[in-house]
Each structure stands twice: as C-alpha cells, then as structure tokens.
Design a protein around this ligand. Structure first.
Ligand code: SF4
Length: 687
C-alpha cells in the first residue's frame, strides 16, 4: 500500500476557475502536484492560462477546514460530523415547524459540480418543501440567459468555442476576455492575427482586446443598448437586414421595428458619445461579414438594463441572420467553471432541472413521481430577495455552500448586516471564509480535485472530473454532505457515487436525457441538449429555434438611464472586473504562493488626466467612498481608463469593491448592477 501511495499518478480533471472549461491531466505524487498537463481538452487543446496551470496549491493549504465548527457565543468550537449534522437537521426542522418551509433558503455553488447543485435544489424542494434556492449566476449571467430565452429559446452559447475562430467578424461587448476567459481570448487573438478575422470591441476600458481591435468603441457607461439598437435600426432602414432569414426564421419584426423608433444614430451619438459615422462603419462591417458572433459578459449584464442589453445583442444577431451556422451566434461568457451547470441543474427559484418551470403542473408531476413527494408550486426567492427577506424577518435560516456571498454580493455591508440577523446559518466551504464568520455551523467541504462529478462550461459542454486526491481527512465532498443533511432530515437518499445522481437527472430532464458517466468517460464530453441516444448539439440551433413553432422572436426594447450616476458629491464612475491571476474574492488564488507574491493585492486604476488633476501617482494611497461604504487601496495611473472613470479589480478580501456597490439591480433578474457605481476619491497620507 505504501508503494502504491507513493506512485506517480495522472488523473484527468476540469479547471475549477473560469467557465471556459479547460481540461487536463494532473500529475501527482502523494499529495504533491507535479505538473498540470493539458493534452486533449475538447475546449483548450494544449492550452491553459496561469490559473489552470499553476493555481492549485490551495488544496494543500494549512487553512483548509478539516473539522465541523459550531458557534458558541462569539467563537466557534470543533465538533464531530454527527453532532454538526444533527444540529443542522434539528434547527432546520425547528424553524420549518415554527415558520413554515419558506422561512428557509438554500444557495448552491457554481464552483461545485452539477450533481451537487442538483442535490441542493432537491434538498430545498423535496425535503424541506421550498423553492427558495438560487446560485451565483444571479450575480453575473442571469440577464444574458433572459436575453436568449426571450429571443432564441435556450439560455446557452450558440456554438462551440472552436466555432468562434470560424467567424469573419467577432464583436466583443463588455468583456475583458483576455483576463477573464484567457484561453478563449487566445482563440480570438489567433484568428484575428493569422486568419484575417475582424474584431470590434466595445468597452469603457481600453483593455488588451480593445487595443487589438480593428474598431474600439468606448461608449458612455450603461448605454450599450442604445448603440446596439441604433445599429439594428440603421441596418433595417438601409435595407441591409437579412430579409430571407427574417422571413423564414423570425417572428415579431413589426413590433420590434416600431420599438426602434427612438434609436437613431444621432440619438446614439448623443447618449453614448459615439460618433454616428463610426457606428455607421460598424453597421456596415457587421452587414458585410458573412458570419458574425457576439461575445459579451459582465460589462453588459451587471447593469440595471442587463437583461435588455443582452436582448439587444440577440436582436442584432437575428436581423443580420447570424444564427444557425458555425461562427455565428451569441456567446455569453459564463464566469465560474460551473455557472452554466448550476442553473442547468435547477438551482434557481423558478426552475427545476433543465429549465422546467416550477409552476408547470406536468413538470411537477414528473418530479413528484420521481422523488415521491409533493412539491411547492410557486417561485421561490432569488438570492437578492433572500437578503431583503432576512432583513425584514421573513427568512430565518440559510444554508449556503461554496459561495463567498458576504463579499461577492453587492452592497457588502447590507448583506453582512442581514447575515448577522439570521436565526440559523449553515456555511459549507473549504476555507473559513468571510461568510463563515456569520455562521452557526461550518461544514468542511472538499475542492474539485478531491471529488468526482461533472462541470458544464460556457459552451454547454458537460465534462467529467476524476478524483485526484482523497478528501483531506475530516473534510467531505459537498454531494456527500448534502446527502447526509437530507437523510438527517428524514430523507432516504442512497447515492454512493455522483454517477447515480446524474442517472437520476437524466431520467427526469429531457435536456440531459442521454447524459451518463459512461458517455463522459475520460476526455469525452457532451454539449446539451443531449438526446436519449446520446446525440448532442455542439451547434445549438440547426433546424429550429427552441420555441414551439421553431421560430426565433425579436423582442422590442426601450432604454432608461443607469441608476447610480455620478453627481457633485460622488463625482467619479467606478467600474470593476477580474485580474488574470486571481479569481473573484481570491479565497483560492491568494493561497497560491507564486500568485500572491506577484499580485499581492488590488489597486484602483486612475486615468492620467484625473491623476494630474488630483495629484495622484501610481502608488498613492487613496480612499474611495460611495453612498454605501468605503475602501482604501493604492492608485495605478494608466490610460486603460479615461476621464473620470476608475477601474478596480474585484479580487480582494481586504478592499472588496462590493462595499462600494449599492443594492440596485437589473430590473428583470435582480442581478446587482455592479458596474453602476458612483464614488469620490480622497488622497490619503502615506503610512
Ligand atoms: Fe481555467 Fe479558464 Fe484558465 Fe482555462 S482559461 S485554465 S478554464 S481559468
């Protein structure tokens, strides 16, 4: 046994960081990672970025939780699993008996596996009896999903990542792709540099992709819907829309066209600050390119008009006939490794797995028969509503796993204040996160390298991860913990391996009918929808769109100004996003020595003109103050930002940007409008 343990092993896994879904072999000896070797990943081939290659040391960090913790006053004490699980079950039962099932809520993790999200929503619905279940796609991609549901029917990328290279023109809107989705960006860079692909980038910040672009549009913050719709109107007015495609495949042209009335190029020039001539040029580039795809991310979605702007993107693709062929279509770039899968598997307040609505009696009947219970019938609370419901006393208990909600939700101070009011709070994580500070019970979980399961990447690709290490002694995979909590609450779940969970998903969910671990062996993967015979769909729309009549729908839109605007007191606009080296609040990447050494903390980017006006240099200590909170950090003077716009990486536990963000949200999805923040800047004396 000793010899076997010390043997060098090679195990396939899928990256735990971004939604690109790179897969690779991890070479290990005992608990040491010798190297990460990408070989034959369907998405990444032989590439990874710095995180996939080097950011794994956190699994062996001294900080890993290995014992359940139970709150005693202001402190925590270690407890056995039996005691902790017993306490969780007892308190959840008591609160349910006293205040009803809707006094409890559950938040799943888009870092964890599909099987774990499925079990968490099943725990909420089938065991506790509430639809109060959500996941962090609420914070990022829910608006993109709405935009696609409205227009083409499925909430997923139209094609594969490799298809993007086949486009004649790529338009990137509100995505810092080179840092947020590095391996995907490499494909675009290569196609642009070597194969003559045209690249248009629209962003308020001049990041790497913007510098490479043939045309860089720098609209006023929060106005993307206006210029996108103005281009659509111009193309329709000039007879440049693809009429044959519209006639054959698209409903709703008349009402859509009427809604475009205010969106002239002159209006776009006025609102967006983009020259009408430039927009005309962009319109012609789009009309002339045989195949166009549009990539977008948080710069679009995290706005009070995030859903509508995502819809405007899909509208533009429809009128230019850019769906149904490789190299065309919509590519909302999912953030976390499994943000797509968490929603796919029903961790949403309105949908059972496979986007089947909770208020559809036929759907409920199928799940009720499968699970042997009666299910709640009305939509539950999303995670934004949960915070308000805690604040006003309706929600008493919360169970969250793999999610640093107290830092990544907007308006951090308000969220933390709510957590302090919970009667009972269970947090399940691999580290003692900020969120754990508010917990009553902390359950030690295992990271991706210590479990089996599947992730679904941004291109709807379902891939298996294999267990590289045993869970650190004392910690357990999330699916096992959720199973055990359910059983302590009186369920009788007998899952011994995640493959059994996926078999159950497939039996209840037409979207995944043919998904099985057998079909996902090794580097095999499936892109949903997956038919019962295992046939999948790399290109999402081939013979029809996902509506009953097979036709897509143009969706009429209007526009309103962003909510949190600079004024005299808060005179600067604050934008935020990712750093290449870090991931989100940094609970994983700051625990990787090499990364922490090179990128120890965040900074705020200040334009040269503003820096001169305020007497700020790179390295100057400043305080940013918003209507909601303040943070202190150092300035970095760069022409990536301009005028009175600031930019701050979101990757910090010390100076979290979300202390500065308010509670205003996208009107349709409640996604926080993280990108709409007004602040003022104060220069601080040197320490
Ligand atoms: Fe991981 Fe994304 Fe980097 Fe690929 S691009 S290695 S999925 S972080």
């Amino acid at each position: 046994a000793a010899m076997r343990e010390s043997r060098v092993r090679r195990t396939k896994t899928v990256c735990t960081y971004c939604g690109v879904g790179c897969s690779f072999d991890v070479w290990t000896k005992d608990r040491h990672i010798l190297k990460v070797e990408p070989e034959q990943g369907p998405t990444n081939g032989i590439s990874t970025c710095v995180k996939g290659k080097f950011a794994w040391d956190f699994v062996n960090s001294q900080d890993r939780l290995t014992k359940p913790l139970i709150r005693e006053g202001d402190a925590f004490r270690e407890a056995s699993w039996d005691e902790a699980l017993g306490l969780v079950a007892r308190r959840l039962s008591e609160i349910k008996a006293q205040d009803g099932p809707d006094a409890l809520a559950f938040i799943s993790s888009s870092k964890c596996t599909n099987e774990e999200s499925y079990l968490m929503q099943k725990l909420a619905r089938a065991v506790v009896g509430t639809n109060n279940i959500d996941n962090c796609s609420r914070y990022c991609q829910a608006p993109a999903t709405v935009g696609l549901f409205r227009t083409v029917g499925y909430g997923g990328d139209s094609g594969s990542m490799t298809d993007i290279a086949k486009a004649d023109l790529v338009l990137i809107v509100g995505s810092n792709t080179a840092e947020s989705h590095p391996v995907l960006a490499t494909r675009v860079k290569r196609a642009h540099k070597l194969h003559g692909q045209k690249l248009i980038v629209a962003d308020i910040r001049e990041h790497e992709m913007a510098r490479r672009a043939d045309v860089f549009l720098r609209p006023r913050p929060g106005t993307d819907l206006v210029w996108l719709s103005a281009i659509s109107r111009y193309l329709l007015d000039q007879g440049l829309a693809k009429t044959a495609f519209l006639d054959r495949w698209v409903n709703g042209l008349e009402a859509y066209r009427a809604s475009l009335e205010p969106f002239t190029l002159e209006a776009a020039e006025r609102y967006c600050g983009l020259a009408a001539e430039t927009l005309k040029k962009v319109a012609h580039m789009i009309a002339d390119a045989p195949d166009v795809c549009i990539l977008w991310a948080m710069g679009v979605t995290q706005h009070s008009m995030g859903s509508d702007t995502s819809t405007a993107i899909s509208n533009l693709l429809l009128i230019t006939g850019n769906y149904m062929r490789p190299g065309t279509g919509a590519y909302p770039l999912r953030g976390h490794n499994n943000v797509q899968g968490a929603s796919d598997h029903g961790a949403m307040p309105n949908n059972l797995p496979g986007y089947q609505h909770v208020d559809d009696p036929e759907v409920r009947a199928r799940f009720e028969a499968g699970w042997g219970v009666k299910l709640p019938t009305t939509k539950g609370l999303d995670n934004h509503e949960m915070v308000d419901a805690i604040q006003d006393g309706r929600l008493k208990a919360l169970y969250i796993f793999g999610e640093e909600m107290s830092l990544v939700d907007a308006n951090t101070n308000y969220v933390q204040d709510a957590f302090a009011k919970l009667e009972f709070f269970v947090v399940q994580d691999i580290f003692f996160s900020e969120t754990c500070r508010f917990a009553d019970v902390v359950l030690p979980a295992a990271p991706s390298l210590e479990k089996e399961g599947t992730f679904t990447s941004t291109e709807r690709r379902i891939q298996r991860l294999y267990q590289v290490f045993d869970p650190l002694p004392g910690s357990r995979p999330d699916w096992r913990i959720i199973r055990d909590v359910a059983n302590h609450l009186g369920a009788n779940w007998s899952y011994e391996h995640p493959s059994e969970i996926m078999d159950e998903v497939a039996s209840l969910t037409p979207l995944f009918a043919g998904v099985s671990y057998g079909r996902l062996e090794g580097y095999n993967s499936l892109q949903w929808p997956v038919a019962a015979d295992g046939g999948d769909q790399p290109l999402l729309y081939t013979e029809k769109f996902a509506f009953p009549d097979g036709k897509a729908r143009l969706f009429p839109l209007s526009w309103t100004e962003p909510v949190d605007q600079p004024d005299e007191e808060y005179d600067l606009h604050l934008n935020n996003g990712r750093l290449l080296e870090h991931f989100h609040e940094g609970n994983l990447t700051y625990r990787v020595e090499g990364i922490r050494r090179n990128t120890p903390d965040v900074f705020v980017e200040v334009s040269p003109e503003l820096a001169q006006e305020r007497g700020v240099q790179s390295g100057t200590r400043v305080e940013l103050i918003s209507r909601y909170g303040h943070v202190r950090l150092r300035a970095l003077v760069t022409d990536r930002v301009h005028g009175k716009q600031l930019y701050m990486p979101m990757n910090s536990t010390e100076s979290p940007v979300n202390r500065l963000i308010g509670s205003h949200t996208d009107a349709v999805t409640n996604t926080p409008a993280y990108k709409e923040a007004a602040v003022r800047m104060r220069v601080l004396p040197e320490l």
